[in-house]
Design a binder for this molecule. Sequence first.
Ligand SMILES: C[S@@+](CC[C@H](N)C(=O)[O-])C[C@H]1O[C@@H](n2cnc3c(N)ncnc32)[C@H](O)[C@@H]1O
Length: 431
Amino acid sequence: MSQPRRRSRAPKPPVETTIDRWLPTGEGCGSHGDREVHAWGALPGERVMVQVRKRKAGIWHGMVAEVLEASADRVEPLESHYLCCSPWQVVRPDLENGLKTALVREMASRHGVELPSFTVQGAVEVGYRNKLEFGFTGTDEGLSLSFFVRGGSGWRMPLDGCVLANEPINVVARAMVARLNQLGLSPRTTKSLILRSNRAGQVVAGLYVRDRVPTIGAFDDLEPLVGWRVYLSNPKSPASVVDETLEEYGAAAIREQLGSAGFELTDRSFFQVNVPRFETALEAMKRHVLPDRPIVDLYAGVGSIGIGLGRPGTLFVESDPQCVECLTSNCQAAGLESPTILAQPAEAGLPDFPSESTVIVDPPRVGLHAKVVRVLAERRPSRLIYLSCNPDSQLRDLSLWRDAFRVVDFEAFNFFPRTPHVESLAILEPL
Ligand SMILES: C[S@@+](CC[C@H](N)C(=O)[O-])C[C@H]1O[C@@H](n2cnc3c(N)ncnc32)[C@H](O)[C@@H]1O
């Protein structure tokens, strides 16, 4: 891949360290003199040179610059930008689920939570992501797709697609960047490209631009692409937020099927990125939902859990207006009887629900708001199902419920192979 045109500031010389353990984040931890060093892309047992990017609370944070003595558990990464998207590309794939299991167990003991026995499940593969957001950067050859370099420097690494994404996403992204180069667009004007696909191989896309640009036009011969939009987006904000739609071609949404329920997905709505793995988790949740009792689905997104369970009278709570819109139409399309949808933050107050309900929570990475933790501890539903993309915050919340609930089952799924992330599912009953 070509190099960025603008050279970055000369980095400080890397520091040498021996890595002695994994951190819960998936970084290797070592020391340099009396400094603790956290390094992405470094494995326990390795002697490495670490390029320090940040100093925070006395700890040096960075990424591996050179491996002086490699661990037997190291493999070649699949792509040169692996530290941007999936730093565990250098870890032997057959060890990944075991490592994740050990890290979650360690987090549980740090939070003082006793878990039933479990192991992380799921194939360690690539090409699973059905959504990806690329940025742009300038190179000697023109505009390129990019990801941020880890460490908050704001530097961007040029790339030509990503192995985590399924192939239709990469095919469309490459064709789009080629068109933008034909039109002579620069990274100053182009903000981001968000692509969403389904298992049928269809793609919808949104290109976010900071200024009005010449018409980009349709892609008539680009087979996976069934619809795309050009959005004008505030040049002062780094976020991909829509201020105005400048161009519109083809379908606004594609459909994905989860069991018997169909879901409409746009380039902008939330949906689980690894659908087959999510289906495994959904099956596990189905086994734990109390029969013939009401369901409350908090942090409901577009309804993939609550609609998938298909129980009449389900109460959904979701704060994002885009998701609420999709949730409403997904409930109708699935023929779900008498759903109630509360478009508000969960911490704004939960309506009354029968204590024999099954309550499902699936919050963002930060975990539950303290008010939600408190309200659920007070109401003590008969069954509480907690799905999380961040076991660390989930286990923190479970530790706060020590006097209210006990964990009766715990499972973990490899939703995000070749990255340190893991999805975990806790089933709780009141004490
Ligand atoms: C991890 S997603 C889960 C979505 C859904 N359960 C699914 O499986 O697709 C978290 C969802 O919580 C929503 N959310 C974030 N903060 C919230 C809050 N304070 N109250 C309610 N929903 C919130 C987000 O918009 C997002 O849809």
